[in-house]
Design a protein around this ligand. Structure first.
Ligand code: APR
Length: 235
């Protein structure tokens, strides 16, 4: 009968796979089809902004056709019912956790439905196509808008807050991430060092499997609701 005080949940592309959004490194994944060096770095954007805008415009418009799945809703239920503090850190840039009702959400790699002005730094909701000549709603200037996405080589968002939470957490749950990309991939080691119980919920074991004290493998829409129901029953 363990009641956890501070739970951290880290999600990756695998939690949105059954909603119809592609993962990155599985068969058919985004980085299997596209060259990330040409689409997801500041240098790529500087040298060919139209190509980068086209790539993110296609992914942004794809969001209109997908919905949260049972795993997203299970996490929203945990957020609502569990007495301990829950911080949901997602590497995903889709809005499915919000649409399922999760609050206290940190998008450490940014969001497809936001755009940022590199001139006045305003961050604006953006649901349609973004172009080099798009006008910033903040300063009214054109030519300075970029996707509000963290590219390779850039520093993810909310890292200070995440490190503070990791030092306090007593349960760390990793869902649908291959644990390939740092700093997110290092969170489980930090949580373990601070004495947290660590849980991996994924389609298959990842390279970090030895860092987890508990693991359940299978589809997120099956294993996440089951795990959440157990957690809520335990409290
Ligand atoms: N249920 C559970 N897990 C799944 C499912 C599913 N239906 N489908 C796939 N997975 C698992 C895969 O086994 C894999 O371990 O989800 C994981 C997805 O791994 P990646 O494709 O590497 O995605 P992710 O870990 O989120 O990538 C991290 O890399 O490119 C950057 O910024 C990008 O946020 C992304 C980061």
């Amino acid at each position: 009968m363990t009641l956890y005080q501070n739970i951290i949940i880290l999600t990756g592309a695998g939690i949105s796979a059954e909603s119809g959004l592609a993962t990155f490194r599985n068969k058919g994944g985004i980085w299997k089809k596209y060259d990330l060096m040409k689409l997801a770095t500041p240098e790529a954007f500087a040298s060919n902004p139209d190509l980068v805008h086209e790539f993110y415009n296609a992914r942004r418009s794809g969001l209109k056709k997908v919905n949260p799945n049972a795993a997203h809703y299970a996490l929203a239920r945990l957020d609502e019912k569990y007495p301990g503090n829950i911080t949901l850190i997602t590497q995903n840039v889709d809005p499915l956790h919000e649409r399922a009702g999760s609050r206290n959400l940190l998008h450490m790699h940014g969001e497809l439905n936001k755009a940022r002005c590199v001139s006045c730094h305003s961050i604006c909701p953006w649901f349609n196509d973004l172009f080099s000549q798009s006008i910033c709603p903040g300063c009214g200037k054109a030519g300075n808008m970029r996707p509000h996405i963290v590219w390779f080589g850039e520093i993810p968002f909310h890292i200070e807050q995440i490190n503070i939470r990791l030092a306090q957490c007593d349960l760390f749950i990793s869902i649908g991430t291959s644990g390939n990309v740092y700093p997110a991939a290092g969170f489980v080691q930090a949580a373990q060092d601070f004495g947290a119980e660590t849980v991996e919920l994924n389609l298959e074991p990842t390279d970090s499997r030895n860092l987890f004290s508990v693991a359940h493998y299978g589809k997120a829409t099956e294993i996440v609701p089951e795990y959440v129901a157990d957690l809520i029953r335990q409290e």
